[in-house]
Design a protein around this ligand. Sequence first.
Ligand SMILES: [Zn+2]
Length: 178
Amino acid sequence: MVMGEAMTKVVLSEQARQAIRADMLQRPHIEACGLLLGEITPAGDWLAEAALPLRNINNSAVRFEFDSLELLECDLTYGERIIGVYHSHPGGPPMPSRTDTGNMERLQDSPWVWLIASFYRQRGAAPGVASDGLSIAAYRHDPQSGLQIIPIFLTPAPPQDHHDAGPASPDHDPTKDP
Ligand SMILES: [Zn+2]
């Protein structure tokens, strides 16, 4: 496993991280899984703004598989906003299984990034980022370099008093500021 030569990265929003965490807590005995929504920058970075839980039709602690109809509906709804997938490892570290590696290789022509999340505790550093007991690591399979671990950066939670969250104030329109 080598670092990506282009040094692309995943920027994971706190909202997306919390959605993955909540999904894992909701179905702790099977692999939680879903889609990452956001954008891929021209430089190739994945900006994951939201995470969307999907059914795991295998109901398995060691495998996940999306429902094809649900995936199709998401594709129709979100299209290119889908930038990757996530799944959890209920009983192990956030490192790709042979199945994961095979799936990544099979889908290596897609621009998706693969996140694996885990609460598993082990000695030594887990790959990826860790906070409040949750470790998340990112991977993809590159046609030339093979399996790559992608660095992840976390963005802080958005401010609570975002300007469009409350009643509109007529004298504050950022689009009309000089
Ligand atoms: Zn896995």
